[in-house]
Structures are given as C-alpha cells and as structure tokens.
Design a protein around this ligand. Structure first.
Ligand SMILES: *Cc1c(COP(=O)(O)O)cnc(C)c1O
Length: 426
C-alpha cells in the first residue's frame, strides 16, 4: 500500500530529529496507538519495544490517563502559572515531594526534560551566587552522559568522545569538566581529588543515576552513585541527578537513586512523568537549595518561567499516571521484565559482532562491536512487526511495564532473530 497523501505532501516540509535527511528512512505513517501497539496507515500493528522513548510506561491510551486529560480539557486546559495556581499542579507537586527521597520538596515545573536540566543548572549556579560565592559556575559531568539538546544540556553531555552527539558544538557551548564515572577505588580517589582541587569553581556534579541512556545505555552500580554522592557531600558541591529517563520505575525502583540510598540536592524528571501522554518536566529542589533563594532582595529570585509551565492537562495526566503506580503492581512488572530480558537476550552474547548483552529493570541492551547496516536493522525489525530504533552501537528495548508475556516474548524473539541474521550478514 502506498503512503497516505498527508505523509508524501508533508515530508517535503518536515525536518526529522537526529536524521541525515538525505539517507534516513522515511518515517512510518502512524494513525493510532493502543496498549503496546502502534498502528500504521496500511493497517499493520507494530509492538512498540521503546514505549516512545521510555515514556509510555502504562502502555498507550490508558483509559485512566485519557479520562483525566479529557476532564481537565473541559474545565481548565491551560492558564499561565505566574501569580495563578491550579489543583492539578499543586496536587502533583505534593505527591512528587512525598514520593521522592529525603527533603526533595520544591517542584519547579516546565515542559520538557531539557528545560528541567537547564533550570537545575541555573538553580545550582545561583545557589552559590545568592550566598556570595562567585566563580562557581562549572559543572562536573561524565563521559557517555546525555542531558538534553539545548545549550546548557549539551555542555554537560559528553563532548569529549569524538563520536559524541554534540561534539560539533565545542567552542559554542560552555566548557565544563567531563570525566569518567568513578568506577573502582583508583577512579574514586581521582574523582575525589578533582572535586577537592576544583571546588572553588564547581557549582555541582550532574549524573544520570545507574543508566546513561542516549550516551549508549551504559550501566553502573549503585556503589558508583554512592561514591559520587559522598564525594559531593565531602567537598560541598551540589549533586544534580538527571532521572528524566530512569524515573518512575524504569530501573526497578520508583527512582534510581533509591537503589544507592542517596538524596541529591536537585533532581530532574520528565519522560514517563505523564505516562507518555503530554510533555511535562520538573526540577525538584531540596529544602536547602530552595532556602538559598529566600531573601528580601528580588535579585535572589529564580528568574525562570516557561510559558506553558505546569500545563494543567499535563499535570492531570501525571496525577493519573501516579494513581496507576499506586493501584497497579508496576514495580513487580518491571522485575518480571528484567528477568525475562536477561534470559531471552542472553543467546546474543555468543554471536560474532556482539560486544555485550545487559539488562536493568525494563531496559534490555545488545551492544554491537560496531554498528553496521543501521537502516537494514531498522527495516528488519519493522518487517518482524516490532518498533525498535537501534542507534550508535546498540540495539535496545525499553518496553511499557504493562507489556504482556506473549508480546514481550515476541519482542525479544524478534531481537534475537534479527541480531542473529545481522551477525551473519555484516
Ligand atoms: C530525554 C532526556 C533528556 C532530554 O529530555 P527532552 O524532553 O527530550 O528535552 C535529558 N536527560 C535525559 C537523561 C534524557 O533521557
């Protein structure tokens, strides 16, 4: 069947993300979503192995979330959030504060993950300025880290690696201290002495806890996170956790930081916050960070306020998503997915061209020695009825937590089948 006219006509005017527009496969026309499936214009239904970039944790079109959005749309779809507040945002802030560890209790809403990180960086810099400490405007961030595509976010993502996403923009973006994750005793000592030596210039350390996502789905142990947190505390440097991808159960606990028993000074949320329905981001500050902004001096206020911050539709969706986490056994589902992924993907480990196979929570990763035949891989998955999007040197899945066993088996069988073919062909 040929593509619908809207696609053919619109494609002349669309600029797609992360795509070399000359060689990229044309996007598939989607006409609907349901549960864990994406319906294409020709009637095919693909099992979504990605939950739309980690977001649709309860599957698509969950009736509880859809109803919440519809009801909200009828009474208060949007209102500016300066000088005005509404129940969906107030409730959501209180619920997030209760769910998050320690005294992470002040929620600043925005509309995306990147903006949540930008706000966190501004908060950290101004935290020191408000206390008269000038010159603390550098961040320590990590190799293989990814924190978003806007200016501040690019600057704390990996810009050292020659293959890293934002390498072109060196020289345009501010320079920070990008180092290896402190894995092992020697690296811990090196990390500690970096903070000790540079603390006068450092505003904070930013890290994706347990899983570095877009930088290659690299995992690290809770002990590594704990070591980072301890070093920050020892040297009086703020710790920012980017839980945009890991938040809301993805790694097996509600938030990844729980597995290390740590509480950061600032924590960023987005992606699964609304169960994948509407864009929303949040930057959550500890009491100490918030209190550094309290003053009779108006210049000590946080000067940030996205036009669509705390959009009521998005907040209503997020509240509905949190209801589902309360009512349904999401974390048990994630645990079951993790053991399935471990077992089902293991056969890939011995294939020529495969460097590593790993799983954490509802994240399964097959790392290749080298990416070859990227478009071939992408097309083969679609032929198998799967929606997956290999990138860099990895084939990965981040399914919805509600994916049933049979669909999960089809997903992993398809991954093993296609990677086995790939291994023979390339
Ligand atoms: C996706 C992501 C972001 C950026 O979020 P956007 O909503 O795409 O701006 C930032 N940090 C991490 C860890 C992410 O996975």
């Amino acid at each position: 069947m040929s593509d619908p006219a809207w696609l053919t006509e619109g494609l002349a005017h669309l600029w797609m993300p992360y795509s070399q527009m000359r060689t990229a496969l044309p996007p598939l026309p989607v006409v609907g979503t349901d549960g864990v499936r994406i319906e294409l214009a020709d009637g095919r239904k693909l099992i979504d192995g990605l939950a739309s970039w980690w977001t649709a944790c309860h599957g698509y079109n969950h009736p509880h979330i859809t109803t919440a959005i519809r009801r909200q749309a009828e009474t208060l779809p949007h209102v500016m959030f300066a000088g005005l507040a509404h129940e969906p945002a107030a409730k959501l802030a209180a619920r997030l504060a209760k769910l998050l560890p320690g005294d992470l209790e002040r929620v600043f809403f925005c509309d995306s993950g990147s903006v949540a990180v930008e706000v966190a960086l501004k908060m950290a810099v101004q935290f020191w300025l408000n206390q008269g400490q000038t010159g603390r405007n550098k961040f320590v961030a990590f190799r293989h880290g990814y924190h978003g595509d806007t200016m501040g976010c690019m600057a704390v993502s990996d810009t050292e690696d020659e293959d890293a996403m934002h390498v072109l923009f060196r020289g345009y973006i501010p320079e920070h201290l990008i180092c290896d994750l402190p894995v092992g005793r020697a690296a811990e000592v090196a990390f500690d002495s970096l903070l000790a030596g540079e603390r006068g210039r450092i505003a904070g350390v930013i890290v994706e806890p347990l899983v570095q996502g877009a930088g290659g789905m690299k995992l690290h142990a809770p002990e590594v996170l704990k070591a980072i947190s301890d070093a920050c505390a020892r040297h009086g440097v703020l710790l920012i956790l980017d839980e945009i991808a890991t938040g809301f159960g993805r790694t097996g606990s509600m938030f990844a930081c729980e597995q290390a028993g740590i509480t950061p000074d600032i924590l960023c949320l987005s992606k699964a916050l609304t169960g994948g329905s509407i864009g929303l981001g949040a930057t959550v500050a500890s009491r100490r960070v918030f209190e550094a902004f309290l003053s009779d001096d108006p210049h000590k206020a946080l000067m940030h306020g996205p036009t669509f911050m705390a959009n009521p539709l998005a907040c209503a969706a997020a509240n509905a998503s949190l209801d589902l986490f309360e009512r349904e056994p999401r974390l048990q589902q994630v645990a079951a997915i993790e053991s399935h992924l471990r077992e089902a993907l293991a056969p890939c480990r011995s294939l020529p061209g495969v460097a590593d196979v790993r799983a954490k929570g509802a994240i399964g990763v097959i790392q290749l020695e080298e990416m070859k035949g990227l478009n071939w891989l992408r097309e083969r998955f679609v032929q198998e009825g799967l929606w997956l999007r290999p990138f860099a040197d990895i084939v990965y899945c981040t399914p919805s937590f509600t994916m049933e066993r049979a669909d999960l088996a089809r997903l992993t069988d398809g991954m093993v089948k296609v990677v086995t073919e790939w291994s023979k062909k390339f």
